[in-house]
Design a protein around this ligand. Structure first.
Ligand code: 5RP
Length: 236
């Protein structure tokens, strides 16, 4: 499955491999989205295929659903599962309090719903994702397409009123077209540099009409598994 890996892929792979140790027979597992989560899905698939592990997976995106089915994981919806034993997902940044920025892959809405509906959320990440203060990675905010420019203006006003540094907000594009999430929405990326009070920013963003959800995951993640390019793994 791995062949010759670059240090970054090795870091993602070893974190993913360690995370699947937390998965037991009969569990309902939230399956994250992104390149690190994809390693985890492949590792779980291997356990299903080679060791007869019996799990049901709830994917957080159509991409992950396709991969999970491909590797032999039984896929069910969140409404079928109702509640999950564990969710394993990647992140764009994590800080010392295990708060996260997510949504670089555009799946933050389903990721947050699934993680919140889980007994525990485990984040897998290469060591480069660790930060002292969140915000160097642009904060993704999912907005409905209707009136998105007005929503963007309201979000920017809100940032000014909160005195958050750096107020450059961009609509995420794919070529000439706005990126469309699995739920049919768009993503605004907020270039903030530094988010001093992520809890407050997360709460206030979600008050803006047109905002569906933001990529700050506060008090949701229980454990971070950090992978290193030399194959070491650290669990926090
Ligand atoms: C997708 C996400 C991803 O978990 C995040 O972007 C990290 O991705 P990768 O593992 O590819 O670095 O939040 O919406």
């Amino acid at each position: 499955m791995t062949g010759e890996l670059s240090p970054i892929d090795k870091a993602k792979f070893v974190a993913a491999k360690r995370a699947v140790d937390f998965v037991e027979d009969g569990m309902r597992v939230g399956l994250g989205t992104g390149s690190t989560a994809a390693w985890m899905v492949r590792c779980l698939g291997e356990l299903v295929r080679d060791e007869g592990l019996k799990i049901k997976g709830v994917p957080t995106s159509t991409r992950t659903a396709a991969l999970a089915r491909d590797v032999g994981i039984e896929v069910i919806s969140l409404d079928e599962a109702r509640w999950l034993d564990v969710t394993i997902d990647g992140a764009d940044e994590f800080d010392g309090d295990l708060n996260l920025i997510k949504g670089g892959g555009g799946a933050l809405l389903q990721e947050k719903i699934v993680a919140t509906a889980s007994d525990q959320m485990i984040v897998i990440a290469d060591v480069g994702k660790e930060v002292e203060t969140l915000g160097a990675f642009p904060l993704p905010v999912e907005v409905i397409p209707f009136g998105w420019q007005t929503t963007k203006a309201l979000v920017e006003e809100m940032l000014i009123s909160m005195d958050v540094l750096g107020r450059n907000t961009t609509l995420r594009m794919i070529g000439d077209h706005p990126f469309v999430t699995d739920e049919g929405n768009h993503i605004l990326d907020l270039h903030l540099s530094r988010i001093g009070n992520p809890r407050q920013v997360a709460m206030v963003l979600n008050q803006v009409p047109g905002v569906v959800e933001n990529g700050l995951f506060i008090d949701i993640c229980d454990t971070v598994i950090i992978g290193y390019g030399d194959g070491r793994v650290q669990v926090r």
